[in-house]
Design a protein around this ligand. Structure first.
Ligand code: HEM
Length: 477
């Protein structure tokens, strides 16, 4: 362990790290599994910004100290990889796609896929996002009950398929959702079982997962075969992945499958959960909803929201930032130290698992006053500037920052803005969601039940600001 800083100065000895002892044999394993988010939040309150416990056979360090979070994400990222156990967990599903990949292979794939996420490309996706959201709302009937979470899963899947792959997945939507459900169940099982059953083990859950993976592979094969048959590079991400070559040639069929699976998965689940929690919070904070409605009515009226409008909708963005602070869908992510490391005031040995929870960082009262309150107003420019790096990381940061961050922030604003514009955000009377911290933070099997109520009684306004059925908006007051 080096006790010298980069400039050669002697560093003070590292601070001791409090230990959560837990069970004599399993350490914190079962405490973590019982209710992962609750465990992490409570343990941070009890032990402070860094603590350690044994999870399965390894030492896991839980970190919400911004300086250390930033060192892991950014300044020391090259000494820190994705953990082997996490790669193993993803392997049957995402293979060697961007999320679990590392090293030279990750660099190559990242370079190949990144152009699809350049700002000019992403801006061009805005009209599709607005159109698909308006189509969805047009399919709703006033007074009916719907599961908002399910609606968001379908919508975000359609958006990612159209924008990134120029494909309509609506016919495959049931297959994809069912498959995703089975795969996620298997992943949770894998993450929660000390010695998970191998894939060939003939359990009911394994059979369901293998069937789900076959179904997803079928969808992906069809997408790739159709593009190859066309033999035409349309300039979109799909063409890039199917036709792009570099000095090492083109991507293998297996890598291609892994990347498409990764983008379908990473590109819709998290966004759908964020929208679901943003909806929940606006439904339960009428004053914030009314302020967001006023802003949209004044700036956009009834026409579709475009990319140009977004800079004039600061309150909408504040609502989403606050939502991502309180309920970040990627509520925890992990890394593995590739060497002994001195990060901030602490020492972490080679092989240590370093777990960062955006949920725990977002609820740290040192940086967020009244952290349990929903207060979009806190997100002023000055406040953001005053936050230390590493204090707010819903998309991670540094080289492994979410590749879809700009895409997601635009999609979130356009979808939520269009909803605020057209429907009265509410929960079904008496409904309270569950708070489930699995692979993502989500409202569980009961979803997010709501009653469809159009603002002014008619679905989706026309371009001139009036309602389709001729009633003009009165909400700008
Ligand atoms: C609100 C929505 C989203 C949130 C909160 C989110 C969050 C995250 C986080 C925390 C990571 C890092 C995970 C880790 O290192 O273990 C990540 C990685 C990633 N995300 Fe997102 N994400 C969102 C939406 C999206 C979208 C829309 C896409 C694609 C269209 C996307 C694609 C990716 C990819 C490809 C990676 C891996 C990047 C790499 O390691 O090179 N994400 N995301």
């Amino acid at each position: 362990m080096s006790l010298r800083a980069h400039n050669g100065d002697q560093l003070p000895p590292p601070k001791p790290i409090p230990r959560h002892k837990g069970h004599w044999l399993w350490g914190g394993t079962f405490d973590f599994q019982r209710n992962p988010a609750e465990f992490v939040l409570e343990a941070h309150e009890k032990y402070g910004d860094v603590f350690v416990t044994r999870v399965l056979t390894g030492q896991s360090y839980f970190i919400r100290d911004p300086e250390v979070v930033n060192a892991i994400n950014v300044t020391h990222a090259k000494h820190i990889h994705k953990p082997k156990v996490v790669k193993q967990m993803w392997k049957p599903f995402l293979g060697n796609g961007l999320v679990p990949n590392d090293g030279e292979s990750w660099k190559r794939q990242h370079k190949l896929i990144m152009p699809a996420f350049h700002k000019t490309r992403v801006d061009a996706y805005a009209p599709t996002m607005a159109t698909y959201t308006r189509d969805m709302v047009r399919g709703w009937t006033d007074g009916e009950q719907r599961d908002f979470q399910k609606e968001m899963m379908e919508l975000t899947l359609r958006i990612v398929a159209k924008t990134l792959f120029d494909t309509d997945l609506s016919h495959d939507s049931e297959t994809v959702h069912e498959a995703m459900g089975a795969i996620i169940e298997a992943l949770i099982d894998h993450a929660q079982t000390p010695i998970p059953a191998p894939r060939w083990w003939p359990s009911k859950r394994n059979r369901r997962m293998v069937k789900a993976l076959d179904a997803m592979d079928g969808v992906i094969e069809r997408l790739v075969a159709a593009r190859r048959r066309e033999k035409k590079d349309r300039g979109d991400l799909m063409s890039h992945i199917v036709f792009a070559t570099d000095e090492k040639g083109s991507m293998s069929d297996q890598q291609l499958r892994d990347e498409l699976m990764t983008l379908i998965f990473a590109g819709h689940e998290t966004t759908a959960q964020t929208l679901t929690w943003a909806w929940y919070q606006l439904a339960t904070h009428r004053d914030a909803l009314e302020r967001a409605q006023r802003e949209i009515d004044e700036v956009v009226g009834g026409r579709p929201i475009g990319e140009d409008d977004l800079r004039n909708l600061p309150y909408l963005e504040m609502c989403l930032k606050e939502s991502l602070r309180r309920f970040p869908p990627a509520w925890i992510y992990a890394r593995e130290a590739q060497a002994d490391l001195r990060l901030g005031d602490y020492f972490f040995p080679k092989g240590a698992i370093l777990a960062i929870s955006p949920l725990a960082t977002g609820r740290n009262a040192k940086y967020f006053d009244d952290p349990l309150d929903y207060r979009p107003e806190r997100w002023t420019r000055e406040f953001e500037r005053s936050l230390p790096r590493g204090a707010y990381v819903p998309f991670a940061a540094g080289p492994r920052v979410c590749l879809g961050k700009q895409f997601a922030m635009m999609e979130l604003r356009i979808v939520l803005g269009t909803l605020i514009q057209n429907v009265d955000i509410n929960l079904l009377e008496g409904f309270e969601p569950d708070f489930v911290s699995a692979i993502s933070f989500n409202p569980g099997e009961r979803g997010m039940q709501m009653t469809v109520r159009f603002r002014d009684g008619a679905p989706v306004r026309t371009g001139d600001g009036s309602r389709r059925q001729g009633v003009s908006s009165t909400h700008a007051a």
